[in-house]
Design a protein around this ligand. Sequence first.
Ligand SMILES: *[C@@H]1O[C@H](CO)[C@@H](O)[C@H](O)[C@H]1NC(C)=O
Ligand SMILES: *[C@@H]1O[C@H](CO)[C@@H](O)[C@H](O)[C@H]1NC(C)=O
Ligand SMILES: *[C@@H]1O[C@H](CO)[C@@H](O)[C@H](O)[C@H]1NC(C)=O
Ligand SMILES: *[C@@H]1O[C@H](CO)[C@@H](O)[C@H](O)[C@H]1NC(C)=O
Ligand SMILES: *[C@@H]1O[C@H](CO)[C@@H](O)[C@H](O)[C@H]1NC(C)=O
Ligand SMILES: *[C@@H]1O[C@H](CO)[C@@H](O)[C@H](O)[C@H]1NC(C)=O
Ligand SMILES: *[C@@H]1O[C@H](CO)[C@@H](O)[C@H](O)[C@H]1NC(C)=O
Ligand SMILES: *[C@@H]1O[C@H](CO)[C@@H](O)[C@H](O)[C@H]1NC(C)=O
Ligand SMILES: *[C@@H]1O[C@H](CO)[C@@H](O)[C@H](O)[C@H]1NC(C)=O
Ligand SMILES: *[C@@H]1O[C@H](CO)[C@@H](O)[C@H](O)[C@H]1NC(C)=O
Ligand SMILES: *[C@@H]1O[C@H](CO)[C@@H](O)[C@H](O)[C@H]1NC(C)=O
Ligand SMILES: CC(=O)N[C@H]1CO[C@H](CO)[C@@H](O)[C@@H]1O
Length: 622
Amino acid sequence: MRFAVASSFVLSALQYVYAQNSTSLPDVLDAETIASLGNNSLFLRWRPRSHFIAPAGWMNETSLGGQIYTYALLIVILLTYHRHAVSKDLVTWTDMGGWQDAEAESLGPTGNGTYNGLGIFSGTTQAVNITGGQDGTLLTFYTSVSRLPTNWAKPYLEGTETQSLAISTDGGATWQDYENNPVIKSPPEGWNITGWRDPFFELWPEMDALLQQQEPHYYAVFGSGIKGNGPRIPFYSAPANDLTNWTFLGSLWEPSDNETLGDILETGTYGFNFEVSNFFSLNDEDGDVHYYSLFGTEGGNTTFHPRAQWGLWNEGMVTRRANGSAEFTPLSGGAIDSGLLYAVTSFHDSKNNRRVQWGWANEELNAYYTQQGYQGAFALPREMYVIKKQGLINPDGRLTTKGNNRVIEHSDGTFTAYTLGARPLPEVVTGLRDGASQKSYATNGTSTQTQLIGTGSSHMELKAKLRNITGSVGLTVAASPGGEEYTTIYWDPSNYTINVDRSHSSSIENIAQNYTVVGYFYPYQYPSGPEDIDINIFLDGSLLEVYVNDRFWLTTRIYPGRLDSTGFGVYVGDNSSSVDVSGLTVWTDTANIFPERPLNSSSALVFDSAEETNNYVWWTGD
Ligand SMILES: *[C@@H]1O[C@H](CO)[C@@H](O)[C@H](O)[C@H]1NC(C)=O
Ligand SMILES: *[C@@H]1O[C@H](CO)[C@@H](O)[C@H](O)[C@H]1NC(C)=O
Ligand SMILES: *[C@@H]1O[C@H](CO)[C@@H](O)[C@H](O)[C@H]1NC(C)=O
Ligand SMILES: *[C@@H]1O[C@H](CO)[C@@H](O)[C@H](O)[C@H]1NC(C)=O
Ligand SMILES: *[C@@H]1O[C@H](CO)[C@@H](O)[C@H](O)[C@H]1NC(C)=O
Ligand SMILES: *[C@@H]1O[C@H](CO)[C@@H](O)[C@H](O)[C@H]1NC(C)=O
Ligand SMILES: *[C@@H]1O[C@H](CO)[C@@H](O)[C@H](O)[C@H]1NC(C)=O
Ligand SMILES: *[C@@H]1O[C@H](CO)[C@@H](O)[C@H](O)[C@H]1NC(C)=O
Ligand SMILES: *[C@@H]1O[C@H](CO)[C@@H](O)[C@H](O)[C@H]1NC(C)=O
Ligand SMILES: *[C@@H]1O[C@H](CO)[C@@H](O)[C@H](O)[C@H]1NC(C)=O
Ligand SMILES: *[C@@H]1O[C@H](CO)[C@@H](O)[C@H](O)[C@H]1NC(C)=O
Ligand SMILES: CC(=O)N[C@H]1CO[C@H](CO)[C@@H](O)[C@@H]1O
């Protein structure tokens, strides 16, 4: 993944003078007012506080950064936008080195002319040294960038990307580049690449066994593609005692340009280039191994998914190729998030023996980034696991479409389905609720019309169960008492979609993307009827996350213009629709996960100069 990122910030004792606070803003904002505001004046208006976010930072189109994760020694380190923070519990975070200005900076490009001079793209980190020993060293494998611009649709400038190591011997506080960088100097021979980036590397005993390796190895995958051919996930290995010695084994599989696994609504498209790929296995409840790949796809926008990028998952069968590489044959798949979440990656949490996923949520403002003074956050960390459901029936044929489910048919006519599950980490949810005010609402049977039920705040969680559904139904959030603003999240049984209608999310003219975000969701059918729809919503400033039944995820952004847009309720699409809503529970004012940072952690904005950006042509950002 390439991040267009925050410039560095000038250290300034005067920053509070520049950083106005939102309480002096009008309760109802309009475009004209915003256009007249100075830098950082909107800093607190839509800022998430229950999600991982940089202290300040303006992601522009010209300088670069990455995301790098580890969970080692009971410590989590995230490097993002050249910043890093640490957590002992994945709930609350501390900026390493401090939150102000450049204090929290970690890895960064070293200046034009060297292998990592113009960019540090994404990577991953393991708690090992380069000879594979566990001596407290942290090792980051990342993409070093020496030429720009780069984009899958543009001619590839030879040598743009190489793969490098960075080493920390002080728990991630400071990083040194490995002296013999880069450790992989060129892409697979003969590939006319669209890109080649974002190493994901792990020790993987199951893969050693599958590939008949006698010695333990690290395995790595990258996001890549071959021009005019298709996206690729190149697969590499290194002996576990030499993390500088990487051998290219082959491509996991060979999709064509813009190929889809199934119907595009259900599975998304592979597009033309992959970024931030993952390859790992999870055991199901019976102990059987399932192999998964995650990847970001580029260039496959459609009318219902106007974004050029998708985050997808696939489950596949893995076999050994004759040359000793692994071949991945996709069996099922879908969106890892039906909204804007991208560059979704994961790490194995060895303390709890689980796989934790992180994804990046960009903004969808159309303008006003300088007024906001920061950009981007991470979605809640999600635990991935294999969902197995038995006793299913298939009355409408939807269970067996090539898509979200890997299905086994039994002689009694029922089915067992396997799919990828993911839920926000339970302890993180508990931590966010800690100190929030919890309230449950009786919704009194069948709802036949849209109705506001209560008010919360712009940092809240909602949970509800929907059943006995006819027509389009769901919940309303971020609603103003006068009905000027509201956002509806609804299930549409006519085409198995969950939709977030943002056409009335903000009364500020043209403030943000306002199209309806849509994703495919097929409720399992049992002889007794369809499963309930359990919906869990996290609203945190502009960031809105929707989880359904642990297997549908949608992250999006809304920017209400009114401070009183905090109402919620039941949504019923039309006169012929109805729904039973039960268990509606709301937690208002979820926790601030950076307790040691002031809420207003804005910094004076600094822009990259014409000199630094080759007269602003480094990066086109598309
Ligand atoms: C915001 O501004 C108001 C009035 O100008 C002031 O009372 C308040 O302390 C400020 N809050 C912060 C967090 O700076
Ligand atoms: C890596 O750590 C091991 C101890 O686990 C140590 O023996 C070895 O010398 C270290 N290697 C390097 C290159 O520091
Ligand atoms: C690589 O692909 C581009 C775009 O399709 C093409 O113009 C170029 O000739 C190719 N280069 C090689 C070496 O095949
Ligand atoms: C690198 O690893 C390969 C096996 O993966 C091995 O054959 C080769 O000798 C190693 N190279 C060095 C320089 O150790
Ligand atoms: C990719 O495929 C989808 C349909 O699967 C189509 O809507 C879209 O236009 C295609 N994009 C390109 C660039 O070919
Ligand atoms: C995809 O996006 C491009 C660039 O914005 C646009 O020209 C094209 O029409 C879009 N394709 C579809 C299928 O919406
Ligand atoms: C449900 O019934 C209770 C008790 O009669 C009432 O206070 C509440 O307002 C009702 N809720 C709705 C959503 O109508
Ligand atoms: C389902 O909703 C209908 C109204 O749409 C109602 O008549 C029926 O009693 C409900 N069924 C159950 C089991 O609650
Ligand atoms: C689903 O159906 C609704 C209602 O007919 C329609 O408005 C919407 O565009 C459809 N969504 C997709 C993704 O086709
Ligand atoms: C949605 O945004 C577009 C511009 O991107 C604008 O033309 C349209 O009026 C907006 N829709 C609503 C309901 O505000
Ligand atoms: C980096 O340096 C090269 C050689 O001097 C120059 O051609 C290129 O434009 C520079 N790139 C940037 C982004 O400044
Ligand atoms: C260096 C650079 O390109 N800066 C741009 C960042 O984005 C803002 C808003 O689009 C531009 O005004 C800057 O010129």
